[in-house]
Design a binder for this molecule. Sequence first.
Ligand code: KG4
Ligand code: ZN
Length: 350
Amino acid sequence: MQLLFGMRPLDRFLTLGIESSCDDTSIALLEGQRKILSWNISSQTERHAAFGGVVPEYASRMHLEAILPLTREVLANAGVSDPARELDLIAVTRGPGLMGSLLVGVMTAKAFAQAWGVPLIGVNHLEGHIFANVVDHEELDFPFLCMVVSGGHTEIVLARASGDYQMLGATQDDAAGEAFDKVAKVLGLPYPGGPVIDRLAKQGDPKAFHFPAVLPNIEGLNFSFSGLKTAAINQINTLRQKGAEVPVEDFCASFQAAVVRNLITRLEQAVEQTGVKSVAISGGVAANSAFRDAVATHPGWNAFLPSKMFCTDNAVMVAAAGYAAFMRGERSDIGMAADPALDFGEDEVI
Ligand code: KG4
Ligand code: ZN
């Protein structure tokens, strides 16, 4: 049996994961790379819905209220009564994200690490999203492409090896999830709009409305969603000015199809440019049914989709990325700072 520095065997290695970068407080306890012993999430979505989007100050206050009870619950559910003796690592999202929200997780993780004498590792939220696929798919080998597509991110990453990532393209303006949320808001749908559009689109005709061609003037593998969003909002306003009702199901189906077309086009180009045919997706928009279908059924691709509960922000993916980083020999010290604009895919100083 393999032993690391006299610690527990690697398959019994316990990582406590902490995620608080945006509006979800999540805690997870992971054994080894992918065995989930216990996890939970305290979502603030309903509380922010009244404001039509995440209110940063309110988010950090709710993280503060949730984080300790949630940790107690997750540890208790896994039967961990003496964290100082039983935990091997504390992994926490240190960026990118909202500063106030990140601070709650990072300060809590540091306090635990100090009080329990357990090693600490800071995780990049994007690496976390990539590791959602590693948790769910034992058969997923490097290299693979991962599209991280959420409310704050739309990025294509070439994951060459654990810890070796190349950013191939990113959005120049709105993220795909943000475009879903903003168009939904103009349609009068509740926040967050992505899942609502997904649901309504199932009853609609994806060819009913026409949207601009795929990313005409955007360089390389980058994205832009503000043009598509504006085109959608203009069509809604034009209909309303004529006194016509917007056929919401058809509109949602057509808009969703246009977003998915953009995402799939870039993935096709990334596969062509890199020759890598293993394609993973992650982030909130990876829960979208049309996008999942398009990826899963794409000819020639070896597709990996995380289960829907691990698409949106969660601490399981953070624990998994932290475990992998620790096994690569990375360490963070108690001076580690939250970084709302943390870089990814380049050398980072932790
Ligand atoms: O990854 P996530 O939980 O948080 C961020 O890091 O942003 O993603 C949230 C985003 C929101 O914009 C939400 O509307 C979108 O993911 N989303 C979806 C779906 N579920 C969540 N978008 C389209 N279809 C869905 N089913
Ligand atoms: Zn996220």
